[in-house]
Write a protein that binds this ligand. Structure first.
Ligand code: 3H9
Length: 673
């Protein structure tokens, strides 16, 4: 039975057991309905406790049921049934009460939770809103401001905060939740009238709503769900519950059939699928990883080290010069201090993380590390030399990783006598912040090394994707055609501003030229100011290296606010003339076709070559590493929406060679998945 019924004297206890996360699927909903009916029908029962077995309270509706024929009771019916019960219902919460799980809790008459439980309504992250009365009950319990934070942003809060906010009535001892819930039920069993959340009064608070919208305008840009969610909360304050919940239902249905929610749900499952490695059994024994070494204390090395320090793992960081080592260590400390200043870490946590760091100039100090990550600049000879030395120093079985973003892993591995222990760990900058990790599988990388790297990624809270060896792996390889085409567009008549605007309007955090200015126009430059072969060379020669120099493709003021640059316009005009490039009116649509379609094209090649395991992995790379808007699901999901045939036609119109796999999808009506 998915929902077990127990009697404890005159209290009925319904315990749901639907591993792994107790979603409220049809069987659970039916079981809970039966428990409510039994409570009502049996005169010897005074109250009902709803609890969950396993690691968590209900994690929400079962997302895999969306789009299938509905099975009653639907979740909104169930929450209304719970609240309508004539005998008190008490939710006993541990783990995470999320989405529909939170809605079951707030539809109950009382809530008791263990202190480390979390409550939240993350539906908005799936492009949805709490659709079982959550948008109507939460503001009635917690007030408009707190409800907006919870429903429109989707981040959960801890039980202690939830209690202070009026969402939880009582905290329980972690080991005695059920006993305490039963005792609580006994205490409140005869209290009437029952505290029904939907009957609580709520007044409009337009100022709170306006302030919330203002504060989050940037975060919500392009998304449909947050606005719908806010509208529901406003409605809750303006009408009685029945009208409010009707409005919530309409909004929910609109979202669930929309493309954005499909895209965000796709990414939810894509992220989880990415962790699976084709051809390697789940049972493969992992190598134990306790001690980490990092070679290079620059921006990347320092950021990489922080991931492990924050996870409580000791890190030895090696540099060749004392000043570089000191600078690197100071940067790590500075980053932690800044986090502490924002209240996201305590002083003790900073001290604990720093105490795990051992800076050294001696590579031999890496001898007992279980994993060493090389993070020096991109020079094959330098990397090979480091790997030769690591091979000599590191203990047998240690995993040797490189953070290269495009160099050939197999050539690096060949510098060692243990290529089976070599793997790529491509972190994205800033490495302590960005969620994505490309785990690069070399020709000889051992299965257990790859599996260990993927498991470790989870430990440091990264989303990891397996990539094969090729120039730029998945992410940067797809970036290349976009950047090349963006440059050509400048020559043909577009401005940096226009190209960037099209990308930002699409939902990217920034366009190709804003990105170049942020990363550094001089990256990968040949460093010869007399050799000017393209627009980028010309900018680099004039030290227009981007934001760090106050000038790049844009001019920047003291606050780093960009404005179109007359000098760049001159440089572009000069190149147009020099190359004799014919000009035309570049439309926004042409920019989409020439910069985004080629990314899909490259993605299709990557798939066909087996450099990505599945199309959804490519989507994960772009969503977590490059800011592809989640509501567009990633480039390959977007390609399905846009249509392969349309993309092929667009590519052909502009003279691109179409990848065979993309053409095949266009011809057969197939989809990337
Ligand atoms: C909702 O409630 C709508 C209602 O308001 C209105 C309805 C009318 N459904 O993440 P994990 C799977 S919307 C189906 O690795 P963790 C997951 O795919 C829902 N499956 O575990 C994975 O499967 P597999 C609102 C789900 O311990 C396995 O469970 N709720 C769901 O790292 C383990 O998941 C949410 O958005 C689901 N709802 O994290 C919460 N959830 O093993 C979404 C998980 O085959 N869930 N699975 O790959 C989470 O945030 C995390 O799963 C959680 C556990 C924090 C609970």
């Amino acid at each position: 039975m998915t929902v077990q019924i127990e009697r404890h004297g005159d209290i009925l206890v319904a315990i749901a057991d639907n591993p792994p996360v107790n979603t409220l699927n049809a069987a659970v909903r039916l079981g809970l309905k039966a428990a409510i009916e039994q409570t009502a029908a049996d005169d010897t029962i005074r109250a009902l406790v709803i609890a969950c077995a396993g690691k968590t309270f209900f994690a929400g509706a079962d997302i895999t049921e969306f789009g299938k024929p509905p099975v009653e009771p639907l979740l909104p019916q169930l929450t209304d049934l719970i609240e309508a019960s004539d005998k008190p219902v008490i939710a006993a919460i541990h783990g995470t009460a999320l989405g529909g799980g939170c809605e079951v809790a707030i539809a109950s008459h009382y809530r008791i939770a263990v202190a480390d439980a979390k409550l939240g309504t993350p539906e908005v992250k799936l492009g949805l809103l709490p659709g079982a009365g959550g948008t109507q009950r939460l503001p009635r319990l917690a007030g408009i401001a707190t409800a907006l934070e919870l429903v429109a942003k989707g981040d959960p809060i801890g039980a202690v905060r939830a209690k202070a906010a009026g969402i939880i009535d009582r905290l329980a001892d972690g080991n005695r939740l059920l006993d305490e819930a039963i005792a609580f039920a006994g205490e409140v069993a005869d209290i009437r009238p029952l505290p029904r959340t939907s009957e609580r009064p709520l007044s409009p608070d337009p100022d709170a709503v306006a302030a919330f919208e203002r504060a989050n305008a940037r975060r919500f840009r392009g998304y449909e769900a947050p606005a719908a969610t806010i509208a529901c909360v406003v409605k809750a304050s303006e009408t009685a519950y029945p009208e409010g919940v009707q409005f919530e239902r309409e909004q929910f249905m609109k979202l669930i059939f929309g493309v954005q929610s499909a895209a965000q749900r796709h990414l939810f499952f894509a992220e989880r699928k990415a962790g699976r490695i084709d051809g390697i059994a789940d049972s493969v024994a992992l190598r134990p990883i306790a001690k980490i070494g990092v070679v290079g204390a620059g921006t990347m090395g320092g950021g990489i080290a922080m991931n492990f320090l924050s996870a409580g793992m000791p890190v030895t960081i090696v540099e060749t010069r004392q000043d570089a080592l000191d600078r690197g260590t100071a940067t790590i400390r500075g980053n932690y201090d800044a986090t502490a200043a924002k209240g996201r870490m305590t002083g003790d946590q900073v001290a604990a993380a720093m105490a795990l760091l051992t800076p050294t100039l001696d590579i031999v100090a890496l001898a007992d590390c279980d994993l060493v990550i090389e993070a020096v600049y991109e020079d094959m000879a330098v990397k090979q030399d480091i790997f030769r030395r690591l091979d000599a120093v590191c203990k047998p079985g240690a995993i040797l990783a490189t953070n290269t973003s495009y160099l050939d892993l197999d050539v690096i591995a060949a510098a060692t006598a243990r290529p089976q222990d070599v793997v790529g760990l491509h972190f994205f900058s800033p490495a302590n912040v960005m969620k994505l990790l490309e785990v690069v599988r070399g020709a000889k990388t051992a299965d257990d090394v790859l599996a260990t790297a993927m498991a470790l990624a989870k430990k440091i809270r990264k989303v990891a994707v397996v990539a094969g060896v090729c120039d730029g792996f998945i992410g940067n390889r797809m970036l290349m055609p976009r950047q090349i085409e963006a440059m050509k567009l400048l020559l043909e008549g577009a401005t940096p501003d226009q190209v960037d605007r099209v990308h930002v309007d699409f939902g990217m955090p920034m366009g190709p030229f804003q990105m170049a200015d942020l990363a550094g126009v001089d990256i990968g430059w040949h460093r010869d100011p007399t050799r000017i072969e393209n627009i980028r060379d010309a900018l680099a020669a004039e030290e227009r290296w981007g934001q760090k120099k106050g000038a790049g493709f844009y001019d920047y003021d003291a606050n780093r606010t960009p404005s179109p640059s007359p000098r760049v316009a001159e440089i572009i005009a000069d190149f147009r003339e020099r190359t004799g490039t014919p000009q035309h009116d570049v439309t926004d649509q042409e920019i989409v076709e020439r910069t985004l379609y080629p990314m899909v094209n490259e993605g299709a090649r990557i798939l066909a070559e087996g450099k990505a395991q599945r199309a959804s992995d490519i989507d994960v790379v772009w969503a977590y590493g490059y800011g592809w808007p989640p509501y567009r699901g990633g480039p390959m999901f977007w390609a399905n929406i846009e249509g392969a045939a349309k993309i092929v036609a667009g590519l052909e119109k502009h003279g691109f060679a179409v990848a065979p796999l993309l053409r095949e999808k266009a011809e057969t009506g197939g989809r990337f998945n």
